[in-house]
Ligand binder design. Structure first.
Ligand code: SF4
Length: 66
């Protein structure tokens, strides 16, 4: 059985650029320190891939649900 991968943030690698919240405004918001909170980890594959690709810190990634 396959599971739908979730979009996650590597909080150690993330440098808080906020680009992911700009690219996925309905799925990610920034906390009071400017770091992302993923509210909905299941964006469309294309929009999620765009955010993963453009994250300047390579901190966004897809993970299989455990
Ligand atoms: S774009 Fe990448 S580095 Fe910037 S806030 Fe999002 S996860 Fe962090």
């Amino acid at each position: 059985m396959s599971s739908t991968p979730e979009l996650r943030v590597d909080r150690v690698a993330c440098t808080g650029h906020g680009l992911c919240a700009t690219l996925l405004p309905e799925r990610v918001h920034l906390d009071e320190w400017g770091y992302p909170v993923v509210e909905d980890p299941h964006p469309g594959r294309a929009e999620g891939e765009q955010a993963v690709t453009f994250c300047p810190a390579r901190a966004l990634y897809w993970a299989d649900r455990a």
